[in-house]
Design a protein around this ligand. Sequence first.
Ligand SMILES: [Zn+2]
Length: 388
Amino acid sequence: MKKLLVYLLCVCAIVTIGALTFDAVQTPAPVGAWPSGPNLTTPGPTGTTVPTVPTLAFEKYFIFTDKSAPAPDSWTIRLTPQEKQMFADQKAAGSYVENVLMPSLDDQVMWGSFYAESVWTTKLHGTKPVQMELQHTHDYDECINFIGSDPYNQADLGGTITIWLEDEKYTLTETSTIYIPRGMKHGPIYVDKIDRYWNSQIIGMAGQPWRNWEEEYGAVNWQEKESSTEGKYAKYIISMKPSGAAESGVVEAAGVPDAGNPGKHVFAMLNFLNGQAVPGHPEAFFFGSSWSMELQGGPHVKMEYESYHDFNEVLGLFGSDPYSTDLGAEMEAWIQGERYIMTESFLEWVPAGMKHNPQYTNYIDRPYRGFWAFNASAPRMAWEEPRN
Ligand SMILES: [Zn+2]
């Protein structure tokens, strides 16, 4: 999936990434030498206590759009000749999809990380479904997420996608998380219709999205192919639970107890992947996502306690406008006792053992998306600050 999304970015040329370099993320910089991010020095809200921090040594763990995108050439060389041909043929026939890059991660961006790629899928050109994948397998677990962009109707994908899992075809019109255990054939994926842009997100438990096997382009006519109707792979597609279920789809008022900050952060939990989500797959890694809606009762709501754990984590917060990097909110994140303020879409990479949080939501101007992924199926804290 990654190769494809990136390729589309290149061919559609709706994102200008020519000026980006990869140096800053490949060569570890001395402490304090990382270039200042867009908004890492904003003062805290009036009345909050901001400790003096001599250096910002952990800034590199935050990834913004400009840090995460390698030069275009380094992405397109990942496409096989067959994939290049597939996209070229469709483009020549007038059918292609536009994507806008969001902050993304792999082990070239952050040493030791797994990959987590996100784009806004914004427009479909032409009259035919656009094929986004050749069927393939890999030897690591992956999850593919299609998340609608309407914060007030979170289950609505805003269009139609067709995905094949082994010999079965599934049609998606809702926000969906698809678990792909290692070795399972998946794809092709078609974008059939886009009414409203959505977020396409792929996370895999490998540093790079390499494939063990890929079908030969043109060998199968997928549009004509008969699908098995047994529904053997339906369990791999996780939808949002009906409204009212405890685990997702519910708009909740939350925050953790914090003396002096009575406000509430109203958010909606979307689909969850974890060791219980797919019958027979206790190894499935954790993925969860949300919409943050608004703050009630005051700014600066504490969302997490300081902690560390023995698994790796990626956290992402994304604004809802595909053509802007603005988060639409202000987030305060702490790493190893350092305070960072974020007002743009970002990823945070948290290697095992690194103290991170507390995390505060300082204000919300408009709803934004959040997600978390761990290389563990049942995450537990190794240490957490005492509750107040
Ligand atoms: Zn895949």
